[in-house]
Design a protein around this ligand. Structure first.
Ligand SMILES: *Cc1c(COP(=O)(O)O)cnc(C)c1O
Length: 477
């Protein structure tokens, strides 16, 4: 039984009905809306036009080399890369971070147990890189007030096995920029690479340099290639680059630094393989869309969108201060906010209440002594909607206060503390999901409309148990 083309189109539209909206500015995580349908339309045409073009071999698809160079050159300009820089377009922020780690590891074959030193706020992508590529990840606690990396503690954690030091500009969870200057200088002095993860800030921060003149910020410390010890920077086109999903970039200070990122073999009977990324055959669609978006927006377009997102974040931070029960955890350096509640309610219930009102905020669980919070990514299209959002947020907090903080059964917390996730089998996991109220008829997974009780339960679990339970849920979706 096949469907007609029109039936397939109709089905595809129906499939999206229960998804979060990708446009309209009401989804404050996962998606980035420029509010420019004219730009989106061309980007979509570009994805379609290049969907079948293979980025595996730019020697026979020269369009790929041209567009990749165009995207990297544009980004390198924003990041003040010196002459001689070399970059790669990747499938996403995680791949950009993975490749920075891989390049660092393979530039030091003399180190037998290579190590990454990163602040605890570094993106999960670096945990993944350490896992996949067999490096040790040493996490260093951040300043408990500013949530920024601590240069002295980072320096103390570096050893002669360290091949990469990581900083964020800004960090995803707290939206603050690490002190790149002193940390990159320390790394350079010891001959270690320093990667700046600007996956989420790379297309915003370059346009906020004039803030001290506007009286908003007190001068912004340098964080890009202007800082001498910075060896590579990642920036996501599919975030504030406002391209459709599937595209990011990694820029190295020099071609020599990029060299060890490549993997090649001629040791099999087929074509010679030279891979700059983890993928081999890959669609040129996302690259083409990023290239098209850059042509349409240009520096001026990005500057206006970055300004709009930043002004929105600052305005929202000010409004949050006026809502009883809410507080911004730390003043934002970019366009991301972490918002915490007082004891009158909890952030998970606030997220549920916001969803009821048509807004998505992302709950963040407590971590290493830090509080649970709501994550808000402000994209350009959210800013004009802020008056409505602030109303919904105030109403949501009021409703959450009436309900009070969601309670977790102390017996359940006691039980969770005794569990060793390493010993779990399918039956244990099934039983835990059922006990958490996550199963419906026949034991199938069923996510409730309100997730606060689940989030509160996860918050009571140590991270190792959270990881196992979250995996069990996603495996069953
Ligand atoms: C989003 C993000 C990443 C990972 O990017 P994906 O595109 O989700 O793979 C890495 N670092 C930071 C700071 C991010 O915000």
């Amino acid at each position: 039984m096949t469907l007609t083309a029109d039936e397939v189109r109709a089905r595809l539209l129906t499939l999206r009905e229960h998804d979060l909206p990708t446009h309209g500015g009401r989804t404050l995580a996962y998606v980035y809306d420029s509010g420019r349908p004219d730009v989106d339309a061309v980007a979509r045409e570009a994805v379609a036009a290049f969907a079948g073009t293979n980025g595996l071999d730019p020697s026979v698809f020269p369009s790929v080399a041209t567009m990749e160079r165009g995207v990297v050159d544009f980004l390198a300009g924003l990041l003040s890369a010196p002459e001689g820089y070399a970059g790669t377009v990747t499938s996403g922020g995680t791949e950009s971070c993975l490749l920075a780690v891989l390049a660092a590891r393979d530039s030091r074959p003399d180190v037998t147990r290579p190590q990454i030193v990163a602040p605890t706020t570094a993106h999960a992508a670096f945990h993944k890189a350490a896992h996949l590529f067999g490096l040790e990840l040493t996490l260093v606690d951040v300043d408990p007030v500013t949530f920024r990396a601590d240069p002295a503690a980072m320096a103390a954690a570096v050893t002669d096995r360290t091949v990469l030091v990581v900083v964020s500009a800004p960090s995803y969870a707290h939206g603050v920029v690490d002190p790149v200057g002193p940390i990159a200088a320390m790394a350079a002095e010891r001959g270690i690479r320093c990667h700046v993860d600007a996956c989420i800030g790379g297309f915003v921060l370059p346009f906020l340099a004039d803030e001290s003149a506007r009286g908003v910020a007190q001068g912004r410390p340098a964080w890009s290639f202007e800082v001498p010890g910075v060896t590579s920077i990642s920036a996501d086109l599919h975030k504030y680059g406002y391209a459709p999903k599937g595209v990011s970039a990694l820029v190295h200070r020099s071609m020599a630094l990029r060299h060890s990122q490549f993997w090649a073999t001629a040791d099999w009977p087929g074509y010679g393989v030279v891979n700059s990324t983890l993928q081999s055959t890959k669609s040129a669609g996302p690259l083409a869309a990023a290239w098209a978006t850059i042509q349409l927006l240009g520096e001026q377009g990005y500057a206006a969108l970055a300004r709009q997102a930043r002004d929105g974040a600052l305005a929202l931070a000010a409004e949050v201060g006026g809502i009883p029960g809410l507080r911004v955890l730390v003043p934002p350096d970019s366009s991301l906010l972490a918002v915490v509640t007082d004891d009158s309610c909890d952030p998970y219930t606030v997220c549920d209440e916001l969803l009821e009102r048509g807004w998505f905020a992302q709950p963040q669980l407590p971590f290493r002594g830090g509080p649970a919070s709501l994550h808000l990514t402000i994209s350009a299209a959210t800013t004009p909607q802020l008056p409505e959002f602030v109303g919904a947020l105030a109403d949501s907090v009021a409703a959450a206060q009436v309900a009070g903080p969601v309670a977790v059964d102390p017996a359940m917390v006691g039980l969770l503390a005794t569990l060793d996730p390493a010993t779990f089998d399918e039956a244990t996991l099934g039983g835990l999901l059922a006990a958490a109220g996550l199963t419906g008829a026949g034991g199938a997974l069923q996510l409730p409309r309100r997730m606060a009780p689940i989030q509160a339960l996860l918050a009571a679990c140590p991270p190792a148990l959270r990881r196992v339970l979250l995996t069990a849920v996603v495996e069953r979706l």
